[in-house]
Design a protein around this ligand. Structure first.
Ligand code: AMP
Length: 306
């Protein structure tokens, strides 16, 4: 596997591969890779001639400087994992290298150069993390310019991010965004690079996110359709575990809305964000796709669940 430390080299490498007719699958990440990321890489390897992975802890999408500072980093370990999962090239770079055409003002990225993340950035994550999705859209747009992939793979764990990226990819003819199921620990906790920052007590508490989501899904299966009551089931679990709840909410997967849908729901997704000490965790579960999503406890293996 090729390891490139400059986005300019990555652009040349990708252009050369495309010129010889190879199809390219792309997996953008912030590194500290785990099974969730590797599933994206494996799927990309099955569906494309080549798999390109980016590892870049994008400062533009962190609204909390402490979160950025604490974010785990392990490029060497990541490269070994990507190679073992079928990756062809991994690249990284600095913010300045990704944006050589941008004049940084006193070391700061000019707000006028941030991309518009569109309407799906409104509400929930967009509200809890001001500026986050503008930062995501800005780097994803640049990564697409560098790689020009045929397929780009994203995880359903970052539900709202997938919506923002799908909107953005609409401007890229021929690019298909593939949303892959959330990979969970056997106990239900969604895999996340931030999980390694959890001490054993916080990790135990963090199980409340998926527990709450599974309870909401059970309630949906039993006929509950009130989004507020479904969200309250998630909130109760999270708060009872002693986590600091940021939001628990239900949305319509057919149509994003910043606030709770007021129309009758035929499908529903529950989304949650909470803090275990300094560690911020998010998760979500589509409540209306029961057959495809047995809870991990029932199947005994880490269950992909949207
Ligand atoms: P990140 O490194 O957190 O920016 O994530 C890179 C990509 O991996 C994003 O598309 C995430 O949604 C995806 N991802 C992260 N965690 C998981 C997971 N547990 N299951 C599936 N995809 C994931």
């Amino acid at each position: 596997m090729e390891l490139l430390s400059h986005p300019g080299d990555a652009l040349e490498w990708c252009a050369a591969q495309r010129a010889r007719g190879a199809s390219v699958g792309f997996v953008p990440t912030m590194g500290a890779l785990h099974e969730g990321h590797l599933e994206l890489v494996r799927r990309a390897a099955r569906e494309n001639d080549l798999v390109v992975v980016s590892v870049f802890v994008n400062p533009l999408q962190f609204n909390d400087p402490r979160d950025l500072e604490r974010y785990p980093r392990d490029l060497e370990g990541d490269a070994a994992l990507v190679a073992s999962a079928g990756g062809s090239m991994l690249f990284t770079g600095t913010l300045e290298q990704f944006f050589p055409d941008v004049t940084f003002e006193e070391g700061r990225f000019p707000p006028a150069r941030l991309a518009d993340p569109g309407p799906c950035a409104e509400g929930l994550e967009g509200e809890a993390r001001p500026g986050h999705f503008a930062g995501v859209a800005t780097i994803v747009e640049r990564l697409f310019q560098i790689v020009r992939p045929d397929h780009a793979y994203f995880g359903a764990k970052d539900y709202q991010q997938c919506l923002v990226v799908q909107d953005l990819a609409g401007c890229w003819g021929g690019l298909e965004v593939v949303v892959c199921p959330t990979v969970r620990e056997p106990e239900g906790l969604a895999r996340s690079s931030r999980n390694q920052l959890l001490d054993p007590t916080s990790r135990e508490r963090a199980l409340a996110l998926s527990r709450g989501l599974f309870q909401a899904r059970d309630a949906w299966s039993a006929g509950e359709r009130d989004p507020e009551r479904l969200a309250a089931l998630v909130a109760e679990q999270v708060q009872a575990a002693g986590l600091e709840l940021e939001y628990a909410a239900v949305r319509d997967p057919e149509r994003w809305s910043a606030s709770t849908p007021t129309w009758p729901l035929e499908r529903a997704v529950a989304l949650v964000a909470a803090r275990a000490g300094a560690v911020r965790l998010i998760d979500n579960l589509e409540l209306s796709e029961v057959s495809a999503q047995l809870p991990p406890a029932a199947s005994g293996t880490p269950t992909p669940a949207l």
